[in-house]
Design a protein around this ligand. Structure first.
Ligand code: DAH
Length: 343
């Protein structure tokens, strides 16, 4: 055997040994350049030896170099296949997801405490036979004041207290406006509640906010008396503050009711003994109410000789604050998740 052929065999051995020790596809490129590179690869170098050989040795040697080249190319392709398969398998293994693993707990959102209380009140009055009514938050002075028997010079109409739009309309100051809309649009009997936002030009304090929520109630039919009102309010007080909760009605005044009253429930904090929250009276003021003033019925074209009714209006924030002992109305608007998550 010639030295040239021995050299070929040692190239082959070395190439195959090195290929076998490669553990990643990253090494394949270097191996290819070293052994099969077009310019300086070891096989190319071996070909360049041909002119230095005796003529009769050139042909067999050339054939041997070509076989080596083909063999190394095949070995490269095979090793590449093995390494790529191993790397793919390793990646699949590393990226595998265990779909049976328990998930990281997610906190679910829920309705705002005010929405919860409103929904509860709506459900309570629905169970007493009341339907839902709605009206616009941008209202006109007739629905918000005039039809509700509110005199032209009444202080509530003052721009110091009410938000007016440039066109003379206003942001409703009370959901009582929905009574008017509802009655003007239909025929008695009426038995509705109207929850919604109202606006007043109040300074922000722990108990006042310029936007808040009311829930209005109205029941107009033949033969409705103050006793019906009292029965409904008793059911409401017990539904919201617990059965047996004592309530009382105090005479009051509203332009749209005659007679008018305010309802108190016995203080749920001190049970009547007197505490800071009830200003040591033992009672909490909950809502305004009364018998719908005949002037209001006539304003919407209802015969006040034939029909009578009662109405009431309450503040949703106030109920929520009493129910959950929320000390400051501003907490309801700050949207601090730590606060809201408690309800
Ligand atoms: N609208 C009154 C207010 O905003 C609340 C009210 C009182 C509503 C008496 C009524 C009622 O329907 O009869 O303070």
């Amino acid at each position: 055997m010639t030295t040239a052929q021995e050299a070929l065999e040692s190239i082959e051995r070395e190439a195959l040994d090195r290929l076998a020790t490669l553990s990643t596809t990253a090494g394949l490129e270097g191996w290819l350049t070293e052994f099969l590179g077009r310019e300086r690869g070891r096989v190319t170098q071996a070909l360049k030896l041909i002119p230095t050989l005796p003529p009769e040795a050139r042909k067999p040697y050339g054939g041997a170099v070509n076989r080596l080249k083909v063999a190394l190319e095949a070995a490269h392709a095979e090793r590449g296949g093995v390494l790529r398969a191993a790397e793919t398998a390793a990646r699949i293994e590393a990226e595998a997801l265990d779909v049976s693993m328990p998930s990281i707990g997610r906190s679910m959102g829920h309705a705002h405490v005010l929405s919860q209380v409103r929904d509860e009140l709506v459900a309570l009055f629905k169970s007493l036979g009341y339907g839902l009514a709605e009206g616009p938050e941008v209202e006109d002075a007739w629905h918000n004041f005039s039809a509700l028997n509110t005199p032209e010079d009444h202080p509530a109409r003052d721009p110091k207290d009410t938000f007016y739009l440039p066109d003379g309309r206003l942001l409703r100051t009370q959901t009582s406006s929905v009574q008017i809309r509802h009655m003007a649009a239909g025929k008695p009997p009426f038995r509705i509640i109207a929850p919604g936002r109202v606006y007043r030009r109040d300074a922000v304090t722990p108990r006042h906010y310029p936007m808040f929520h009311q829930l209005e109630g109205l029941h107009v039919a033949e033969g409705i008396t103050f006793a019906h009102l009292k029965g409904v309010l008793q059911a409401f007080a017990e539904g919201v503050f617990g059965s047996g909760t004592p309530m009382r009605l105090r005479p009051s005044f509203f332009p749209f009711t005659e007679p008018s009253a305010e309802m108190d429930v016995r203080c749920v904090f001190c049970e009547g003994a007197g505490c800071r929250i009830c200003s040591h009276t033992g009672w909490l003021e909950i809502l305004g109410c009364g018998m719908v003033d005949p002037a209001v019925l006539e304003a919407v074209g209802i015969d006040s000789e034939r029909y009578s009714g009662f109405a009431f209006g309450l503040g949703v924030e106030r109920i929520a604050m009493l129910r959950h002992r929320i000390p400051d109305i501003r907490l309801l608007w700050e949207n601090d998740a730590r606060f809201l998550a408690q309800f």
